[in-house]
Design a protein around this ligand. Structure first.
Ligand code: GDP
Ligand code: MG
Length: 175
């Protein structure tokens, strides 16, 4: 992680999208602050959080935007300038996966044409309540040319990998 006052070589905007309650804010809390809360409330007024990491000896500031509970009112300003996206569903809620094509259409309509997209099946710790198979999601991701990972913000599984993959890929395209 870069120290305060150190120079930042790149700033990459990444957006979190997906239905309410799939775990977007907790994924961000885990990545930005290594925190998790089981009774999370939407953080009103906070548009994004940042974390600076080193990729290929360069200092990269990830600026991660969260919908802050406004999933129904995501505007084009939210997508503007985004170079990456985490498209999140909840593996225990089939409906949140069935809505992914709609989120993907909206994302592709508004964002950079080279946007790097990671499909994220969150809450992998709730295996006994699983409603979306890993295979179905993997197949969809391959068809749509998306990266794919299952995560648990609760157990801190794959959250780091999901962001690392997206940021490294953005770096390859834009550096
Ligand atoms: P958002 O509306 O997409 O931002 O969802 P939140 O981050 O607010 O999370 C919704 C609920 O799911 C909260 O009660 C979280 O504590 C819970 N949650 C988020 N991520 C996980 C996870 O990985 N595992 C489990 N078991 N619960 C999670
Ligand atoms: Mg939220």
């Amino acid at each position: 992680m870069a120290r305060a006052g150190e120079k930042v070589d790149y700033v990459f905007k990444v957006v979190l999208i997906g239905d309410s309650a799939v775990g977007k804010s907790q994924i961000l809390a885990r990545f930005a602050r290594n925190e998790f809360s089981l009774d999370s409330k939407a953080t009103i007024g906070v548009e994004f959080q940042t974390r600076t990491l080193v990729i290929d000896h360069r200092s990269v500031k990830a600026q991660i935007w969260d919908t802050a509970g406004q999933e129904r009112a995501v505007t084009s300003a939210y997508y503007r300038g985004a170079l990456g996206a985490l498209l999140v569903y909840d593996i225990t809620r089939r409906q949140s996966f069935d809505h992914i094509p709609r989120w993907l259409d909206e994302l592709r309509a508004h964002a950079d044409k080279n946007i790097v997209i990671m499909l994220v099946g969150n809450k992998s710790d709730l295996e006994e309540q699983r409603a979306v198979s890993t295979e179905d999601a993997k197949e969809f991701a391959e068809k749509e040319n998306l990266f794919f990972l299952e995560t648990s913000a609760l157990q801190a599984t794959n959250v780091e990998s999901a962001f690392q993959t997206v940021l490294t890929e953005i770096f390859k395209i834009h550096s």
